[in-house]
Every structure is written in structure tokens, then in C-alpha cells.
Design a protein around this ligand. Structure first.
Ligand code: PMV
Length: 337
């Protein structure tokens, strides 16, 4: 299992730099909130960074996000998720809250379904642990970030913080125990054949809690109808796992298309997402779907050759994507990294 790579002496006076990957949900978003499985992938090349330096005496704990043009001081009365998480982490590390500057940045598009918030939070927790000379396990990092996401995002399944902290393709199931505790069962998945995804960004920012809250209201009004849709998504996710484990990339595309169809019925797609999905399929993608909470953000397209990657990239740009990224998902054994 990976750890946060913390090597420095306790409370070093120097600097600590850590990072964390973005993520994509390949299959199962939304249904995962209701106990169905989902499959998530870390994006090793698209990352968030946290750089910790020791500030001048008396300057306090400061967060600096140059990409957003924001700098702010954190204290006990702070009502911002990152500031609170920094304080909680320092407390968990039994580390003094002294004069620190945390500079946060990311190459992950914000509020686009690629886990930018959880990745920045994870990088920050890792940098604080590094500075404190402590090693936090992926489970510990994930739990700290989840507590913060829960406070600000309502009912997150925990899939984002988990795949980002573990940094490996995961099977994720959220479960409520007999004691009413929410736990996640996670398993590394086997990927027999590498494959390439082209990611198209609609440029429409979407706060996860809005579509998640909307689905919850509609599920509460019509539970049987939505439970049935979520079960169908769960069946697809199980089939996607088998396709990945057996290297059946031909079978994978139609499963992703079927997931998109269900997400449309669940009500989390959008005209902009569908324009990109249709354009990708017309240009030769073997499957395409939205990824993440929906109503905006990104979609992903499965491609089977370098030619189709470039045709899909061109088609997505023409169809209005503000950003097109490409990622190759490596083969994995399904064992813990
Ligand atoms: O934050 P996003 O856009 O990656 O969406 C998270 C996935 C959902 O299933 C929609 C919500 C959740 O908490 O699992």
C-alpha cells in the first residue's frame, strides 16, 4: 500500500511539497451514493500540489491559492473547508499550529468532476504530514479529507477522496453498518489491457452538491423508480469490472454508452455534455459518457487507436469543449499498490 512519502524531520523548518492526482469515475456515479458499486481511476498526470513553507514569526497559518488570486489567514473561527481541514490535520498530527504558508495549485480543472477539491485537500494533508515528519496511510488521509467533504458537500459517497488517497483504480461500495456508520468497501481492480480515454470539458462549472441534492429529492419522491435505475447502473458497473479484468475493450464501449443513457434518465446529463458525447461517438469513440456529478463538467470517451484519439479530440473541440485531455490507463494486477 502507498504511503504519503513523509521523510522529513519532525516540524522541519524547511519546506514540504506534496501532490495528489485528479480522478475520473469510469462507471457508477450517483448510484454509488445509494449503495451501488462504482469504478474510479486516478489521473497520475493531472495533479494538485501543496507547498508548505515556514512563514515569518507571528504571521499565523496562511493559505495561498495563486491560481484563484486568493490568500487568507486561517484561525479557529475560519469557515472555509481547506482552512478547517488544515487545522484538523494539524490537530490529528499533534503538531503545533504555528507560522506556516501553504501554497495550493492544480492542473485539474475546478468543479468539473475530476476531483480538484479532494486532490487539493489531499495534497495539503500530505504536505502537513510531511512537515510534521509523520507518515499517514492512504486510509488516514482519505478519512481526514472525507470528514471535510462531508461537512461542505452534504452526502458524498467518499469515492473521490478514496481513489485520490489510494492512487489506484478502485472498486468502491458505500455501505451503512448495523450501527448506522457509513463505511466504504474498496478493492483494487484488475485492468488486463491498457486503454486511452479522451476527456472533454464542457467548461460549465457544476457544484457536486446541486445535482446530488436534486437526485436525492427526486429519489425521496419516487424511491422505487430511482432504486431500479440505480440497480441497473450497478449491473453495468459489475459488467465493466469484468470487461476490464478480461481485457474486453470491445465490450467496454457499449457499457459506457449504456451508463450514459441511464445518467440521462436519472437527470444529471445536460445538452452540452450530450453534444460532446455524440460528437465523440461520431468521430469513432467506442463509448462515451459524462463523468462525475454532471450538469456540466467533463465527459470521457473510450478510443481504440491513435487515429481515433486525434479524431475524437478534434471533434470534441469543434463541439464546444473548452479543454480536451487525454489519459492512458495502465494495466494493473488488481493487487494493492
Ligand atoms: O464530485 P464529482 O463531480 O466527481 O461527483 C462525485 C460523484 C457522485 O457520485 C455524483 C457523488 C458522490 O458523492 O459519489
Amino acid at each position: 500500500m502507498m504511503n504519503a512519502g513523509c521523510q522529513t524531520a519532525p516540524f522541519s523548518t524547511g519546506i514540504a511539497t506534496q501532490s495528489a492526482p485528479g480522478k475520473l469515475i469510469l462507471c457508477g456515479e450517483h448510484a454509488v451514493v445509494y449503495g451501488q458499486p462504482a469504478i474510479a481511476l486516478p489521473l497520475a498526470d493531472i495533479r494538485a500540489y501543496a507547498r508548505l513553507t515556514v512563514g515569518v514569526p507571528g504571521s499565523g497559518l496562511r493559505l495561498y491559492a495563486p491560481d484563484l488570486g486568493r490568500e487568507w489567514i486561517v484561525d479557529a473561527s475560519s469557515d472555509d473547508p481547506l482552512g478547517e481541514l488544515a487545522l484538523t490535520t494539524l490537530h490529528a498530527l499533534n503538531a503545533p499550529h504555528i507560522d506556516l504558508v501553504l501554497t495550493l495549485s492544480a492542473t485539474i480543472p475546478i468543479a468539473s468532476g475530476m476531483g480538484s477539491g479532494a486532490a487539493i485537500a489531499t495534497a495539503m494533508v500530505r504536505a502537513l504530514a510531511d512537515w510534521a515528519g509523520q507518515s499517514l496511510s492512504p486510509a488516514e488521509v482519505s478519512a481526514l479529507v472525507y470528514a471535510s467533504e462531508q461537512r461542505y458537500h452534504g452526502t458524498p459517497s467518499g469515492i473521490d477522496n478514496t481513489v485520490i488517497a489510494y492512487e489506484q483504480p478502485l472498486w468502491f461500495v458505500r455501505r451503512t453498518t448495523a450501527e448506522q456508520q457509513i463505511v466504504a468497501d474498496i478493492e483494487p481492480i484488475t485492468i488486463a489491457q491498457p486503454f486511452t480515454l479522451v476527456i472533454g470539458d464542457t467548461g460549465i462549472r457544476s457544484a457536486t452538491r446541486l445535482p446530488v441534492g436534486d437526485v436525492r429529492r427526486r429519489w425521496q419522491a419516487n424511491p422505487d423508480y430511482y432504486e431500479d435505475l440505480f440497480m441497473q447502473v450497478g449491473e453495468l458497473t459489475r459488467a465493466v469490472r469484468v470487461a476490464l479484468a478480461t481485457g474486453d475493450l470491445v465490450g467496454l464501449g457499449p457499457l459506457l454508452n449504456a451508463n450514459q443513457a441511464l445518467l440521462e434518465v436519472i437527470g444529471v446529463s445536460s445538452p452540452e455534455l450530450e453534444r460532446l458525447v455524440v460528437a465523440a461517438r461520431s468521430a469513432g469513440a467506442t463509448g462515451a459518457k459524462l463523468s462525475g456529478a454532471g450538469w456540466g463538467g467533463v465527459m470521457l470517451a473510450l478510443t481504440d487507436s491513435a487515429d481515433s484519439q486525434s479524431a475524437v479530440t478534434t471533434a470534441l473541440r469543434k463541439a464546444g469543449a473548452v479543454r480536451v485531455l487525454e489519459t492512458t490507463v495502465a494495466a494493473t494486477s488488481g493487487r494493492e499498490a
